[in-house]
Design a protein around this ligand. Structure first.
Ligand code: ATP
Ligand code: SF4
Ligand code: MG
Length: 390
């Protein structure tokens, strides 16, 4: 629980936040999570009324999640499952959010993003930053790169003039942009370069945790690996922690240490990436994995595809019992009436399924499913400084 400072600031002891009750997180991770989400719920009001009152979409329905220092935690799930809502709640952009999002700052203070005194907001915004999917819409077309990248320095650190410009040049160089392009506008850059600008803007105040929401989804394959390489290099050099939100499991498999699977606003499975892909425990994870294309075209079609029946249910009227039961090929009578609790099945592995231990689900290393020629990991070549349009 928070203790009140004389100034009314909500500050927790350095031993908070406590590890997830479900034991998420690998043994080799830092002792305590850098970010702990507990009981997060986000309801969006929608038009119309239900029998119980005004209708709402429960976009996030009681999420507990820990993120550990220095790791890349993947957050995956179908469109509309609540990934962005969870990410934007961490960024304090969802006033509807309830629960707690406790962040351990560099100086050991623990701040609750959902209960943050105004005086502490700049410190939080310096350390917790976001990279968005679409660099076209997330960059103001009427601002120069100097102003786009420099804005967080001005707003959060009070820098001005030469000092600000020197920091902007430094970070631009670090992300592979030519510092002489300071006075250019976003339209003068390619998609990959614009995403480098977004990364520079996130990076410039010196964050520790970066929420990357579909940060490479809009990019061509070759540019995508350059940006992934850049993110990896930055993580290695600066000790960054990433929450990597993506619907693309083939990317997640290769860049994430752990993966959380989200369905209808709930986290249904968390596991180290290798374990999740080789031996999923939740039927929804199995279905997502089975849709990952094999890199070798000759092997495509040789692996059993678990096709999900039906559509994602309307989140304003979630089904009773297990929210996945109308689409689950393993569902039993119990599944239709009782929502499964999240359980720890092994250190660092949690799942919300009544029958997880009884099922023998397909992972990507099952016989007949593995390519002898797996997709190459993103190589760590230096980011290309000269993409098209420079
Ligand atoms: N501002 C809003 N008002 C009402 N409903 C919303 C709003 N934003 C999102 N939703 C609904 O909340 C649910 C979760 O949306 P969210 O954007 O978080 O999902 P997502 O997993 O990020 O999807 P995608 O993969 O398409 O980006 C969806 O049902 C969506 O329609
Ligand atoms: S609880 Fe039942 S319906 Fe839900 S995922 Fe497990 S087997 Fe399927
Ligand atoms: Mg989204």
């Amino acid at each position: 629980m928070p203790t009140e400072t004389p100034a009314g600031a909500s500050v927790h002891t350095p031993t908070d936040p406590s590890p997830a009750p479900s034991g998420q997180g690998p043994a080799e991770a830092a002792d305590a999570p850098v970010l702990s989400v507990r009981g997060l719920e986000v309801d969006y009001p929608v038009r119309g009324r239900s029998r119980s009152g005004p209708r709402h979409v429960r976009a996030v329905a009681g999420v507990d999640l820990d993120v550990y220092q220095g790791e890349t935690l993947g957050l995956v799930g179908e469109s509309g499952c609540g990934k962005t809502t969870l990410g934007s709640s961490i960024m304090r952009a969802r006033p509807e959010a309830t629960g707690s999002i406790r962040y351990r700052a560099a100086d050991g203070r623990v701040m609750d993003a959902l209960d943050l005194p105004a005086a502490e907001a700049p410190a939080y915004q310096r350390e917790v930053r976001m990279v968005f999917q679409d660099p076209h819409s997330s960059l103001n077309p009427r601002m120069t790169l100097r102003d786009i990248v420099g804005e967080p320095l001005r707003m959060l650190l009070g820098l001005r003039g030469e000092e600000l410009e020197a920091r902007v040049r430094q970070v631009m160089e670090r992300v592979g942009l030519h510092p002489d392009h300071l006075r250019r506008y976003p339209h003068a850059f390619s998609g990959g370069q614009r995403q480098r600008v977004s990364i520079a803007r996130a990076l410039v105040p010196g964050p520790r945790l970066v929420v990357a929401d579909e940060a490479v989804s809009a990019l061509d394959t070759s540019v995508r690996s350059q940006i992934l390489n850049l993110l990896q290099d930055l993580q290695d050099d600066l000790g960054l922690t990433y929450l990597f939100i993506s619907h693309d499991l083939s990317v997640v498999e290769h860049v994430c240490d752990r993966v959380a699977v989200m369905y209808l606003g709930r986290i249904v499975e968390v596991a180290p990436a290798e374990d999740l892909f080789s031996a999923p425990l939740h039927p929804y994870t199995e279905a997502l994995i089975s849709a990952v294309p094999l890199p070798d075209p000759r092997l495509r079609g040789t692996r059993a595809r678990v096709r999900l029946s039906g559509e994602v249910p309307d989140p304003s009227q979630p089904p009773p019992g297990c929210p996945f039961h109308p689409r689950c090929r393993y569902a039993t009578d119990l599944c239709a009436t009782e929502e499964p609790a999240t359980r720890e099945t092994a250190p660092g592995r949690t799942v919300a399924c009544h029958h997880a231990e009884e099922l023998d689900l397909l992972g990507i290393t099952d016989p007949g499913a593995t390519s002898t020629n797996p997709p190459a990991r993103a190589t760590r070549e230096p980011p290309e400084k000269q993409e098209k349009n420079t």
